[in-house]
Ligand binder design. Structure first.
Ligand SMILES: Cc1ncc(COP(=O)(O)O)c(C=O)c1O
Length: 362
């Protein structure tokens, strides 16, 4: 079976380095907030050209702590996309704030700035774009809206490590850039992890406190916080993989280009808008015959996954918000047609040819 992602293969390629750094951490006996976390924060902040980075326990926590530290909560609204992983909305709701879902652009499947402006009220405090599948949202227009209406911008970069919009990396536009190091992400740990990029040292200080029980250390607690620290072992692993991230993303882009070249017929291919660098966390096609295509792929030994079959505004968990089918038609149509194909740095060219042939045939 051609898998969606082959983490074992990648591990085998870098096994010696990984095992060496894990041993180093184990022997150091500094398992929580040690030098590897500090070094990773430094390197990732520099890579993005931002002042600070704070390692946390997951991408979900990165979003949650960012919303919290920016002073958003009960009674506030945060405008976001319904076409995302559920955690985007959860993070807003943890704080007591209300997610306001607006429809997406038909080509990129990212939040549509025209729709954002229609939903701004006096309770709106922030916009949370998601760079879905690794394609940047329109940060020019989102930035202009934020400026015009005095809103915060919290970027969900869980799927977009290394992606660029007009030459600038995602995560460096907003008040906070939130990353996930979930194992299958473009930069993935061997467990959970996340990071928040920041350019305001006061917010950075708050987030450092929030991730560590509201404390700056030595058992003095200035606020009620969380236990949300990036593990030292995960940071050590991420430092090894971070050295390769640009090469990994280049390889993903090559795989996507080959799919683009080979896939024909009545399917919609992922777009890459001018000025954007897509990092293909997912290579996602759209087809009216999804069920058939998926079945034929399965029968012929190739994986495929529907990300996401139900847009967030129609999830049972948020039924209290009162959305109904038809409210956000572009996102709903996408959810019915999307199909993600295997894409990862180590994916063989022959596998892509095989998959393309199966789909073209179907
Ligand atoms: C768009 C998006 N947001 C948030 C998350 C949450 O990240 P994590 O699983 O690290 O909590 C994910 C991935 O899992 C994601 O894809």
């Amino acid at each position: 079976m051609i898998p969606m992602v082959d983490l074992k293969r990648q591990f085998n390629d870098i096994k010696d380095e990984i095992c060496a750094v894990i041993t180093e951490v184990l022997e150091s006996s500094q398992y929580i907030l040690g030098p590897k976390v500090v070094e990773l924060e430094k390197q990732i902040a520099a890579y993005h050209g931002v002042r600070d980075a704070v390692g946390v326990a997951s991408g979900t926590d990165a979003l949650h702590l960012a919303v919290e530290a920016l002073g958003i909560g009960e009674g506030d609204e945060v405008i976001t996309t319904p076409f995302t992983f559920f955690a985007t909305a959860e993070a807003i709701m943890y704080t007591g704030a209300t997610p306001v879902f607006v429809d997406i652009e038909p080509d990129t499947m990212n939040i549509d700035p025209i729709e954002i402006e229609k939903k701004i009220t006096e309770r709106t405090r922030a916009i949370m774009p998601v760079h879905i599948f690794g394609h940047p949202a329109d940060m020019d227009r989102i930035g202009s809206l934020a400026k015009k209406y005095d809103l915060k911008v919290i970027e969900d970069c869980a799927q977009s490590f290394g992606a660029e919009f007009n030459g600038k990396k995602t995560g460096s536009f907003g008040d906070a850039g939130c990353f996930s190091f979930y194992p299958s992400k473009n930069l993935g740990a061997y467990g959970d992890g996340g990071m928040i990029l920041l350019d305001d040292s006061a917010v950075t200080a708050d987030i450092r406190k929030l991730r560590n029980h509201g404390s700056r250390g030595m058992y003095r607690h200035e606020c009620v916080g969380f236990n949300s620290r990036l593990d030292e072992i995960q940071a050590a692993i991420l430092l090894v993989k971070f050295r390769r991230i640009d090469a990994y993303n280049d390889l993903r882009r090559q795989k996507a280009a080959l799919y683009n070249e080979l896939l024909t017929g009545d399917i919609e291919l992922p777009v890459e808008r001018p000025g954007c660098r897509h990092v293909y966390h997912q290579y996602t096609i759209r087809t009216d015959n999804r069920e058939k295509v998926q079945k034929v792929l399965q029968e012929n030994g190739a994986s495929s996954v529907v990300y996401y079959p139900v847009p967030v505004h129609l999830q049972e968990a948020v039924s209290i918000l009162g959305y109904k089918k038809g409210d956000l038609p572009v996102a709903e149509a996408a959810a019915e047609k999307v199909l993600s194909l295997p894409v990862y740095p180590e994916l063989e060219e022959s596998s892509i040819r095989e998959i393309a042939e199966i789909i073209n045939h179907a």
